[in-house]
Design a binder for this molecule. Structure first.
Ligand code: HEC
Ligand code: HEC
Ligand code: HEC
Ligand code: HEC
Ligand code: HEC
Ligand code: HEC
Length: 408
């Protein structure tokens, strides 16, 4: 019978599509290997703001020939913790540090031998390649996006293809199911109507279904109610506040693209109550060299010349009656900046993402387990808590709900 033949064809087309889908997916997963390639990504994301892979000095020295200057063990130690190496009195490091006017290199504690080897492979390759890529002199990340663009494009095309394939798959499945019904003789009455008509009838039938209709109506009513209630609670709360700043400073560029550590600028987060906003001197560690001619950067110079601080507009601000301490949360508690501030490293302009209400603080203290690992201070408490409760030790259990802890 013709129709069953057609059905078989359809099945095999569907199967072929599925296989193609899996193949593209797995290819995507294995597309990235090769040490110099991953080294290039690491270098561009972490080092390029301050180093050229060739000879030029950017903020730090050019890395050409670094493998001849230093051995692997030293390099790993240095990149993990440059300050530690300098402080240990390592002669080479101290001399270099002085030569570069005591400019601080960022520490990369998460980097190990593998990452360093990859970067070295890339530096090697960048110098053996026939024509060096970086334009001389302006290697300060002049055109960072150029090289990665093709692979981005590739990803977009893949995603688009996937979506199209899924749509086709859906339609095919619908057709197959209609055909199956037809074959089993269920639809002999309407045998004359075409497939597209039947498909449309199916959809129209769905929209007439009263259960589905009332579910849709309820969904909208609930959404509107929620929006109204949220709006009323929001009075006096600055969630979403994102004022324009006197200098167009971008976290997306500095913390995102160039992966500069938050601590590098907000030096108080591990030590004190306040995270602190960096002074113009910290900007000058880099902008003494980078993009001096930009009018936005010139504003930093003006501030320093006039000896006036840059007047950043404050965004997060608790009322005076509440006490909040960064070091307690970041250093002792191990809470990530992003849990409270959102994905700062993607923001062109900083926006307040959390409500900063008392309910918000308390809610997290109820839910969050205390980070007691490697902290002898908590050992006795944990034992005591174990004898009383099977639940893990939460912030609420150590006084995180006591009024006096948060109110002066
Ligand atoms: C914030 C700027 C900055 C960043 C980011 C940075 N460095 Fe450095 N680096 C420096 C400075 C400045 C020096 C010179 C020593 C000093 O002043 O501490 C240096 C020195 C070095 C040296 C020694 C060079 C030599 O000639 O002996 C190596 C190796 C090095 N960096 C590797 C890296 C790698 C790899 C990365 C990325 C994972 C990186 N650096 C990221 C600023 C930076
Ligand atoms: C190169 C320096 C630099 C780095 C790196 C940096 N910041 Fe900032 N940050 C600033 C400056 C300058 C401001 C004030 C201007 C503004 O709001 O954009 C600021 C403002 C903020 C604010 C808002 C402060 C307020 O007024 O309430 C938050 C929150 C913040 N940064 C978090 C972070 C986090 C999280 C990271 C790491 C992912 C980070 N910053 C990395 C320089 C930096
Ligand atoms: C660790 C190095 C580093 C530090 C510290 C740093 N910047 Fe930058 N900044 C850069 C790099 C790299 C660029 C990108 C330059 C480019 O596009 O060529 C940049 C770009 C900028 C730009 C955009 C300039 C333009 O016209 O395109 C502004 C504005 C800026 N920084 C402000 C600041 C301020 C304000 C501070 C201090 C709070 C600061 N930066 C600290 C490395 C740094
Ligand atoms: C547990 C939540 C929480 C975490 C984690 C957190 N912050 Fe904050 N942050 C706040 C609150 C609340 C304020 C407002 C403080 C105030 O007004 O006294 C704030 C304010 C700030 C400010 C404005 C200046 C100041 O100190 O008041 C900066 C900058 C900042 N945070 C940066 C950071 C960085 C960088 C990190 C990660 C290293 C971080 N924060 C982690 C809750 C948090
Ligand atoms: C993302 C979760 C989170 C949020 C939000 C949060 N905290 Fe905490 N808080 C913690 C953790 C985790 C600790 C435990 C730190 C430790 O081990 O001492 C803590 C501890 C504290 C302590 C010390 C409690 C004690 O008994 O030692 C105070 C005070 C405190 N937080 C105040 C606040 C205030 C005020 C806010 C709101 C503005 C807030 N916290 C928001 C996670 C959070
Ligand atoms: C984990 C920290 C924390 C604890 C514990 C805490 N508060 Fe608060 N409280 C805050 C913060 C932050 C604010 C300011 C934010 C706001 O207005 O919602 C606040 C605001 C308030 C306000 C002013 C409300 C307003 O609308 O201005 C009162 C009153 C108050 N708290 C009473 C208490 C009492 C009573 C307790 C003990 C049962 C307590 N708080 C425990 C963090 C805390």
């Amino acid at each position: 019978m013709e129709i069953s033949l057609f059905l078989k064809r359809m099945r095999s087309v569907t199967q072929a599509l599925l296989i193609a889908l899996m193949a593209t997916l797995s290819q995507q997963a294995t597309a990235q290997d090769g040490d110099a390639a991953s080294g290039e990504t690491l270098f561009n994301n972490n080092c390029k703001a301050c180093h050229s892979a060739q000879d030029e000095v950017v903020v730090g020295p050019g890395l050409k020939g670094i493998q001849q200057r230093r051995d692997l063990a030293w390099l790993v130690k240095w990149i993990k913790n440059p300050n530690g190496v300098i402080q240990s009195g390592d002669e080479y490091a101290v001399a270099l540090y002085n030569k570069f006017n005591k400019a601080q290199m960022t520490a990369f504690p998460a980097f190990g031998e593998k990452e360093v080897k990859d970067i070295l492979a890339y530096v090697e390759k960048a110098n053996t390649a026939a024509a060096p890529v970086a334009a001389a002199g302006t290697a300060a990340a002049g055109a960072p996006a150029g090289e990665s663009a093709p692979s981005d494009l590739f990803t977009y095309i893949l995603v688009a293809l996937l979506i199209v394939m899924l749509l086709v798959l859906g339609v095919l499945m619908a057709i197959v199911s209609i055909l199956s019904k037809a074959v089993s003789g269920e639809a002999t009455a309407s045998a004359g109507t075409s497939f597209s008509d039947r498909l449309r009838d199916g959809l129209v039938g769905l929209s007439k279904n009263s259960a589905i209709r009332s579910a849709t109506v309820w969904f909208f009513i609930l959404m509107v109610t929620k929006a109204t209630v949220d709006g009323m609670y929001g009075v006096g709360i600055q969630q979403g506040y994102a004022p324009k700043q006197p200098i167009a400073f971008s976290h997306k560029l500095h913390a995102g693209q160039y992966k500069i550590d938050c601590n590098y600028c907000h030096t108080g987060v591990n030590r004190g109550k306040s995270a602190t906003i960096p002074s113009a001197n910290i900007c000058m560690n880099c902008h003494g060299v980078i993009k001096k001619e930009s009018p936005e950067i010139q504003k930093i110079y003006t501030a320093i010349e006039k000896n006036q601080p840059i007047e950043w507009v404050r965004i997060h601000n608790l009322p005076d009656l509440a006490y909040f301490n960064h070091a307690q949360h970041v250093n002792v508690g191990g809470v990530q900046c992003q849990q409270c501030h959102g994905e700062i490293q993607t923001m062109e302009v900083v926006e307040q993402r959390s409500s900063l209400t008392m309910g918000w603080c308390i809610d997290c203290h109820r839910k969050t387990e205390v980070n007691t690992k490697d902290n002898a201070y908590y050992d006795k408490l944990v034992e005591l808590h174990k004898t009383n409760s099977k639940e893990p030790l939460k912030v609420a259990d150590i006084g995180g709900l006591e009024c006096s802890k948060c109110h002066y």
